[in-house]
Design a protein around this ligand. Sequence first.
Ligand SMILES: Nc1nc2c(c(=O)[nH]1)N[C@H]1C(S)=C(S)[C@@H](COP(=O)(O)O)O[C@H]1N2
Ligand SMILES: [Mo]
Length: 326
Amino acid sequence: MPVILPPHWHNANRRITDRNAWLNRRQYMTGGAAALMAGCLPLGRASSTLAELPKRYPYKLPSVSKHATYKAGHPNTPVLTNEQIAASYNNYYEFTTDKGRVWELAKDFETRPWTVHITGKVAKPLQISVDDLLKQMPLEERAYRFRCVEAWSMVVPWTGFPLRKLIERAQPLSSAKYVRLITRNAPQAYPGVRSQPWYPWPYFEGLTIAEATHDLTMLAVGIYGHPLPNQHGAPLRLVVPWKYGFKNIKAISRIELVEEQPRTFWNNIAPAEYDFGGNVRPDVPHLRWSQATDRDIETGTRRPTPMYNGYAEQVASLYPSGPKAS
Ligand SMILES: Nc1nc2c(c(=O)[nH]1)N[C@H]1C(S)=C(S)[C@@H](COP(=O)(O)O)O[C@H]1N2
Ligand SMILES: [Mo]
């Protein structure tokens, strides 16, 4: 599979964490140090299952993170977050609202067979298996800062491809103005769907066609150089780094091109708190907390949240009338 080295602005402004160093740290952690380290993980549990995670991947994705020296890139993506910390602090309400437990509840979620449907205002509706996508799409790795509306953030290397490339294959009609994305409808596989029937499942999100076809917008199939673990949204999830985390829908099974602005899961539930755009705006507080800063999930350090999460240079052109209009 070809690996495309992304432009410098996709990347952290330091070396991506060396994978061997990461593995060595894990080996070291199997001793008495493991218990000590476990206490350091915010909400995470360094149980053997989580520590074993990488060994369970059936195959490897091309990764640049083990050998690439990333050039000085974005000032707001200083350090790559520790993989296990990112893998044990997740929002995925289909499993649970407890961020520290998603990884263990999601362990046995079946992601094969998995078909993605692209329908709606397209000349060529498409049904494609995730395995064919993996074979056919040119995969690349990009380190992005990720910012949840709850004011925490991390920096992780995603493997995937621009959503645009998949949309183009379906040949959108000129009437396609928005893209609607839907998580797999699988109540039997999702304990949180069964225990929280008041939510409008399955999870659904949306973007304008310009946002969906923007170069920064990715469909991710991997993280840290291997396939996505279930808690991160396997087998396929959206990554839009200038928007709040809730826009980054997981376990996508359907992509619809539509004429009208679609509803979204969180906008449906709490329209006063979550708008369709979901753009990172430090100047617009959430009804219940400030968005001016965010907390790095590994270091606990707070940074001032930049406009559009630091991607203003790339995305401001999407919002020519200014952020207020978006
Ligand atoms: N299907 C689905 N996708 C989802 C969510 C969810 O609950 N269900 N949570 C969102 C939120 S609020 C965040 S912050 C991110 C978290 O992604 P991560 O766990 O990979 O860090 O996933 C987003 N995608
Ligand atoms: Mo979030």
